[in-house]
Structure formats: C-alpha cells, structure tokens
Design a protein around this ligand. Structure first.
Ligand SMILES: [Zn+2]
Length: 342
C-alpha cells in the first residue's frame, strides 16, 4: 500500500474501500477455482493436487500436478463440468470446524499448508469441499460462466491453467463467436451451415497443395531439354558438358530434367542450377562411362562450394544447395577449362 496524501500515524483508524465489481469478480474467480480443482481431479485423476493458485478480478490462475499436456477433449470436459455446477445454482456453504472434523468430512486440504486447530470449510454441494479462508460467491450461479483460456507447462510435472468467469467469459465467448462469423462470411460460408470452417480450411489446403504440384510440373515442362543439350560443350573423346541455369525450384523436377539431358548426350556431365528462395538447388550427373574419371559427388562439392553452399551424393548423381548465384559464370568457366585440359 502507498500513502498518496498526508501521513499515516500509529493508532489511526482507517476505512478500507473495495471496489464492488472487482470484489464480485474475485469471488467468482475464486469459487470457480474450487470447482475447477474438483473437475480436474474427476477428469484427470486423484493425482492432481494444487501446486499454486492466484485469483484476481480479471482471471484465475491454477498450477497443479500432472505430467501431460491436456487434450482439447479434457479441457472441454473440465469446462463443461464447471459450467454444469454453475448452471445448477448450488449454494456455497462455509463452516468453521475443528481440523479433525474437517478431515472427517473429507475436505480437501493443501499439502504443505499449515492449518490452525479451527479451519473454515467451503462446500459447493457434493461437488467440492475444500479448506479455505478466502472470499466466495454465495451461489455458484453468480459465477455465470467459466472458460479456460490457456493451458501449459510451468515445470516438470506441473501444468498451469488460466481461466476467466462472469462478464469476462461472456465477452470472450461472444467476441469469439462474432470472429467465427466474420471468418465464415469471408470464406463464403453461410452463418449457419452444415460445413464447419475447419473442413473448408482443410479443403483449401489440399487445393493449394495440388496447385503447387501443378506449378512444379508446368515449370518443368517449360524447359526444353533439347535446347539445353544444344548449348553443350564437347570435351574428351565424344563427351558433352551440359550446364543449365534454370528457373526451377523443385529438386525432383530438376533431377528429372538432368536425367533426360543425360539420356540425350549419352556420354558426359550435366550440371543444373535451379532458382530457390534462399539457397538454389544444384545437381550434378555423370554418365557411367566417365565414372572412372569423374564423381558427381566430388564435382558437386566443388561447384556448390564455389557458390557458398554444400551437398553430396552418389558417384553418378549428387545434389545440394548454394546461395551465391553471382559465381555461376566463374563455376561454368572453371569447369570448362578443366574438362578441356584433360
Ligand atoms: Zn479457496
């Protein structure tokens, strides 16, 4: 607490004022914490115990022992279970009794917590019975609504749930429904339709995949292998070097073109450099008759290395990726020089 005005002296009488709505929200969040604690134990098992809890007017936070991520189904079960107790308008009863009596009624005490001889027991029907000195609603209906907004791990074996109640939960639900409506409208789906938005999204995702496959095919079809072979340079007895700089991103398409070029030249080396986002795909192919003199893997390492990249593979076919396109003509020249010199 900070003193904003005047001075505070010993023996002075103070009047504490608590905001009505903040107090009501805190009560709702605290009572919901008890209901959720009971729901967690019934959905996940008795191993669930409280490992930390914080309640404020805006939300509740609850840490508990459990060693797995909660599934969507478990989260929904916990939410329905708590909301069912809210809907049943259960009176919240508080009773002060001896610790012995409390234990006899089966009230849930927190491990590691120190309790006095007399304790306060909070009951919400048969659903929840906990030792607690905190502030609560008088009837569960005052919580109005319960919604989990996040679930995650805090440390090994400890999970954390954050949830909201009352006006916050209702606003959250209404905003989500309206956002869903907008998304459906943008997808061209009627507000109430048999098709869920997620099936529409799945359909679109598979459409995109098919289109991408089509684009790859078309890119491959645009390349004329005979034009490529025309530009080949002779070396050795009757071998050819095909060097292609192609606007192709897909490795498989590039490999197919390399294969076709190899079949046409019969004897030689095919080097293809594609066009990628960051690094460009590169592949090298050596025909069988030249395998004693050249290894595709070694040539590729050299070429990709000059272009700041790397790769490897079999003696007859290797592939890799390289980012520096500005070295392309240098690569081509050094390769030609070397083959001609032999
Ligand atoms: Zn409590």
């Amino acid at each position: 607490m900070t003193v904003e005005q005047g001075e505070l002296r010993t023996g002075e009488v103070l009047l504490a004022k608590v905001s009505y709505s903040a107090r009501r929200n805190t009560e709702a969040n605290h009572s919901a914490t008890h209901l959720m604690h009971a729901a967690l134990r019934s959905v996940l098992g008795d191993h669930v115990t409280q490992a930390g809890s914080s309640v404020d007017p805006d939300r509740l936070r609850f840490d508990f022992t459990h060693n797995k991520t909660l599934s969507l189904e478990e989260i929904q079960k916990i939410e329905s279970s708590v909301n069912e107790q809210i809907g049943q308008s259960v009176d919240v009863a508080s009773q002060v009794m001896s610790m012995k009596e409390a234990v006899a009624t089966g009230a849930m005490a927190l491990f590691g917590e120190k309790y006095g001889d007399e304790v306060r027991v909070i009951n919400m029907g048969k659903f929840s019975c906990e030792l607690c000195g905190g502030t609560h609603v008088r009837n569960t209906s005052q919580i109005r609504m319960f919604k989990i907004i996040s679930e995650g791990g805090v440390s090994s074996g400890i999970r954390r749930i954050e949830a909201i109640t009352g006006e916050h939960a209702i606003t959250y639900a209404l905003t989500s429904i309206s956002a869903l409506g907008k998304a459906r409208a943008s997808a061209g789906l009627a507000p109430v339709d048999e098709k869920p938005l997620e099936s529409w999204i799945e359909e679109k995702k598979s459409e995109i995949k098919n289109l991408e496959r089509e684009i790859k095919k078309l890119q491959g079809a645009q390349v004329s292998v005979s034009d490529l072979v025309q530009t080949a340079i002779r070396f050795g007895k009757d071998s050819k070097l095909v060097f292609g700089d192609l606007p192709i991103e897909d490795r498989e398409v590039l490999a197919k073109i390399s294969d076709e070029a190899k079949n046409r030249i019969q004897s030689g080396i095919v080097v293809l450099v594609g066009t990628g986002g960051g690094a460009h795909p590169v592949n090298v192919c050596v025909t069988k008759d030249l395998l004693d003199s050249y290894k595709a893997g070694d040539l590729l390492k050299e070429i990709a290395g000059m272009m700041g990249g790397k790769g490897g593979g079999r003696p007859d076919f290797a592939q890799g990726a390289a980012p520096d396109r500005s070295k392309l003509s240098e690569v081509r020249n050094s390769l030609q020089q070397r083959l001609k010199a032999l």
